[in-house]
Each structure stands twice: as C-alpha cells, then as structure tokens.
Design a protein around this ligand. Structure first.
Ligand code: IFM
Length: 588
C-alpha cells in the first residue's frame, strides 16, 4: 500500500498491466474519498479509476478460460476473452451483463403479493439459483452450498437432482441439461462403484466432485471431539434413483428427446440394472433392499426404506418403457443403446420381476407407508411435542434413543409422496402428511421447503405458508446457525418448488402441462414463468382468477381433473369453479 495514498484526478491513466487480483479499499472521510489498491496476485488486467469529488469508479476487466483436469491452464482462451472484453469496453460489458441478468430474471422471477418478507427471501434464493449452474459445461455440478462457502467442500449430493433440478428444468432447461450431462460424464465412475460393491449397473457417488468417485468423508469430528463414522457414503444408495428421477422429469418437462436418446436412457438403464442386482429375494418370496440409509439420516443400516424401494421400482419401470419410447424418437436409438450396454434380450423382463416383487411398506387399509421395516414398532416420539422446530432431533434425544424412536430428520416418506404423486392413489398424500409431519424435526435444511410444497398440495395452507416462510428465511435469518459455511442452495430449490409446484400446482402429466394453483389467505396475487416443451408460459393467479400467457403451443390441463386442451400462443383466462377451473378462454 502507498504510504500516502495518492489522489487521482479524473481521467489519469492507470498502468495497462496491473495486478489481476487486488484488494481495493475505499476510504471515505468527510471531504476525502480515495482508493488503495493492494495487489495480491499477478496477472493481467486493466484498471481505471476516476475520483471525482463525490464518486469514484473502479473498473476491472478479467478474462476467464477453463480447462479440464490434467489439461494445461487455458491461457489463450483467457487472453482472447480479455482482448474481446477490452475491445468492447467497460460500459458495453456492464450493459451486456445487465441484459443477461434481466433475461434470466424474466424467466425465473416469482411475484407474490401479500408477503413482503417471503418475496425478499424468494428473490435472494432466485439470485443464487440462477448463478449457481453453468449451462455451458458438464465439468461441474452445483455443490451443496452453491458458490458461496466451504460447507461440504463443494461436494454434489442428491440436492442437485431432486431439489434444484426442477427449478432449472422448469425455467432454464439448458442448465438442467448441463447438470445431467455432469452425471452422464461420471457414469463410468458410477459403474465402477457399483461393481466394487458387487452390484451391476451404476451407483452414483453419494458425495461427488470432479471425477464422480465417491468422496464422502469416512468420519466426522463431533463438537465434543469424538470421531463419528459417516455411513451415508456406504449406505445412501437412493442417489441412483434420484438421478434417474431427474433425467425423467427433465425429459417430460423439456421434451428433449435427443438428450434422452443420447445420454438419459443410458443413465435410466444402468441405474435400473443396479437396483435389480441390489435387491435380494427373501424367504417370503418378495424382493428386499437391505442395509440402507433413506433421506432420514437419523436411522442407519435399515431394511426396506419405502422411499428407496418405491423409487427403485419406479426407476426400473421407467427404464423398461425405454425400448418403445426410443423407437418413436429414432429407430436406431434403442438398438444402439442396448448394444452399448450389452443388454441381454430378457434382462428388462428380469428387472421387472424384481420391481413387481419389491416390498414397499404400504398398507392399503391405512394408506400409510411404513418408513422402513420395523419403523412403526419404534418409540412413538412426536418432534412437534418436544421442541420448537427446526431442531436437531439426534442431539435433543441423543443418538441412541433417536435410533430407537420415530424421530424423523427430514421428509422421507413425504419426499416420496412429493416426488411421485402420480403413482399414489387418492388420499395417500393426506394420510401420510398427517402421520409424518408431526414426527419430523427438520434437522436438515432440506426438509421445510418440501413440507411447504406438500402441505399446499394436500390443502394444509397454514402449514404450507409457515414452512415456505421458514425455508425463505433459512439463510437470511441464519436459521441453521451455519450461514458462514455458505447458503443452503437445496433449500432454495425447494423453495421454488414450494411456490411453483406446491402453490402453483404445476406438474407434467403425460403430454400435458398441469396447472392447479391455490392461493393461501393473505396472498392476493402469485405470478411465475415456466418453460414447457419449448414454450414459455406465464401463470398469474389473483383471487379466483387465473391468467395464462403462452408464447407458443402447449397442451394444458387446469386443475387435477381438468381435460387436456391444446392452446396456441396467446393470453387466456379461467375462473375457479369448485375445486377446479373453467375452460380457459382467449383473453382479448
Ligand atoms: O444431501 C443432504 C442430506 O440429505 C442431509 N444432510 C446434508 C446433505 C447436503 O445438503
């Protein structure tokens, strides 16, 4: 730092080659404003400072390039980017940046009238969601704390596919596609992991980084210094079906047949193959998946987790539909993929036998799923009666008691209800929500938003608003007490789902876009844009009125029982009729 900081008059040229990374300190004292520039790393960048009496401006132009692991640093690419940027000039760069943000914002912004605090939390979340994914590269996915902090060392969990991907698939399909392409790039590592554990097919890493090998740490150090083994990497196998679920949802929402044929089908088939080898036929003649951890990580080494088994069954069933689907996309696609994977003629049939025989813990009389074998026999502890939620159930009850109690960390059976509503008979969502919601401590930040989404779908609007607000405030109010580790980006994706899927009621139902919005008391308007198979659709609900704006054709169903209707580009209106909607009419 200069001993006596020099004041630069307007327009004084700065050296062309200045440090690329610098710490800039602005001093503002009455009547005096100046900057110190501390170089912290060499490089090439241009600085220009002008310090008029009232305002100062510093411009730093940086060129970036990227290299795959093992490749030389991408110096030329960065230099070329820098040259282009310099030629354009700072003003033009700022204008381009603003335009790019405005475009992304227009495709993502959710407006809610009647709850300013929620609106603020939403915008904070959307900002992080938009900036976390790279639509142009399969090199990296989104880590559990996005780009904001060291928590979980940037590792990629199911958070990306299950909590974030719906946001991208519905608002910016290119980002969703890139995230799935990252998983596709790690498919060989997933195959190797399945093989190392004695299974077939592909098991993605529970914690994934650049190569796709599992990088879950084997133990953690507790606050009292005790070393605790971490079993999630060994046992949280549902990740295989989570990735398959994301592939399928992306395909349904985007209609991206090329992706399905080129990459998605291979992921669906290899994960289905994994499940068929992972399940074991028991003495009862049924298939079981033993020694797993489900989303509720308080209970380890459990058998027949309903979430895992139902998703595994669903994964196999969807994979078995692929020969027919790919044949319609491109007659060469199925022969090519089945040759690539060495699929034997009767392999899919054998997988389906496993799927049909898999136990799922569902009792048709009560309509309840048992979270895992023996769960209902555990001590019946209701988190809601113990402490104000969210709280860490395992710390409050102690690890041993938690292990023997119906103390749920995060949506588990309810996660299944949220992810696969289409396979459930009427009433199942309501009954399971009523059972599991009071028993959940929300010890994971992933839990509240999903409860918000589900509560909205089952008509528990007070809960829906409370959970959605809890999710929206999670980082801004440091609700988990660990904001210094970075934002909880999965919560943010869950928050988007609470708004658009929960309150907005959007879903892919076959070839139609279903929209079934519900406004809780206190909200006077909800508006959000989505993308559906190439068209942009803006949904706006006010009181009992629904307005839709389409920039291209879409097959739309209003309400859960509405008939599908092919709508062209234009504006439409409908009004609430009982628990459904009138036929959409052109709004002139
Ligand atoms: O993936 C989650 C998990 O479900 C709960 N613990 C934190 C992980 C990373 O967010």
């Amino acid at each position: 730092p200069p001993a006596t900081p020099a004041r630069l008059a307007d327009g004084v040229p700065m050296p062309r080659e200045s440090p690329a990374l610098a710490r800039v300190i602005a001093h503002m004292e009455p009547g005096r404003r100046f900057f110190e520039i501390h170089a912290v790393e060499g490089g090439s960048a241009a600085f220009a400072i002008s310090t008029a009496e009232e305002a100062g401006r510093l411009t730093r132009i940086v060129g970036l390039g990227r290299a795959r692991k093992g490749e030389p640093p991408p110096g030329d690419e960065a230099e070329a980017a820098l040259a282009r940027a310099r030629a354009a000039g700072a003003e033009a760069l700022v204008a381009q940046h603003r335009d790019a943000w405005a475009a992304r914002w227009a495709d993502a912004d959710i407006e809610v009238d009647g709850d300013l605090e929620l609106q603020r939390g939403l915008r904070f979340a959307l900002y992080h969601l938009i900036s976390s994914a790279d639509p142009d590269s399969d090199l990296a996915s989104v880590g559990a704390r996005g780009l904001t902090g060291p928590g979980y060392r940037g590792h990629v969990f199911w958070d990306t596919e299950v909590f974030l991907l719906p946001f991208y698939a519905w608002t910016h399909p290119a980002s969703a596609r890139a995230l799935l392409a990252y998983r596709y790039r790690t498919l060989d590592a997933a195959r190797a992991r399945a093989a190392a554990l004695g299974y077939r097919g592909a098991l993605f890493a529970w914690e994934s980084a650049d190569t796709g090998e599992d990088v879950t740490p084997p133990f953690g150090i507790m606050p009292d210094g005790v070393k605790m083994p971490i079993l999630t990497g060994e046992q949280e196998h549902h990740i295989a079906a989570d990735v398959a679920w994301a592939v399928w949802r992306y395909w349904e929402i985007s209609g991206d047949d090329a992706f399905l044929a080129e990459k998605g089908a291979e992921i669906m088939l290899e994960t289905a193959r994994f499940w068929a080898s992972r399940a074991r036929r028991g003495d009862d003649g049924r298939f079981h998946i033993e020694r797993v951890i489900g989303p509720d990580e308080y209970h380890e080494t459990i058998d027949d987790n309903a979430f895992t088994n139902v998703l595994a069954r669903w994964n196999i069933e969807r994979a078995a539909e692929l020969p027919g689907i790919l044949a319609r996309i491109d007659p060469d696609a199925w022969p090519a993929v089945s040759r690539r994977l060495g699929l034997a003629d009767d392999e899919l049939k054998a997988w389906l036998e496993v799927a049909n025989g898999l136990v799922d813990g569902f009792d048709p009389k009560t309509k309840l799923f048992e979270q895992f074998a023996g769960f209902f026999g555990l001590e019946d502890v209701k988190a809601v009666d113990i402490a104000e939620r969210p709280f860490a159930g395992d710390i409050v009850l102690g690890r041993e008691r938690t292990d023997r109690a119906q103390m749920v960390k995060q949506a588990d059976v309810l996660m299944l209800v949220h992810m696969l509503p289409e396979i459930l008979e009427p009433g199942v969502a309501e009954v399971n929500y009523a059972y599991y919601e009071p028993r959940t401590s929300h010890g994971s930040s992933l839990s509240p938003a999903i409860h918000g989404a589900l509560a909205a779908r089952v008509g528990q609007l007070e809960d829906a608003v409370a959970y959605t607000r809890m999710a929206a405030a999670l980082d801004l109010a440091n609700g988990m007490g660990n904001a210094s580790q970075g934002v909880h980006v999965a919560t943010m994706g869950g928050l988007w789902q609470a708004m658009a899927v929960g309150f907005g009621g959007v879903a892919a139902v076959g070839s139609s876009l279903r929209i079934d919005p519900v406004l809780p008391p206190g909200w006077t308007r909800l508006r959000f844009p989505i993308r559906w198979r190439g068209s942009r659709v803006v949904v706006e609900v006010e009181d009992r009125r629904l307005a839709l704006e389409l920039d291209g054709p879409a097959e739309v169903r209003l309400g859960t029982r509405g008939e599908p209707r092919r709508l062209g580009a234009g504006r439409y209106r409908a009004t609430r009729r009982g628990d459904g909607w009138s036929t959409p009419e052109v709004d002139r």
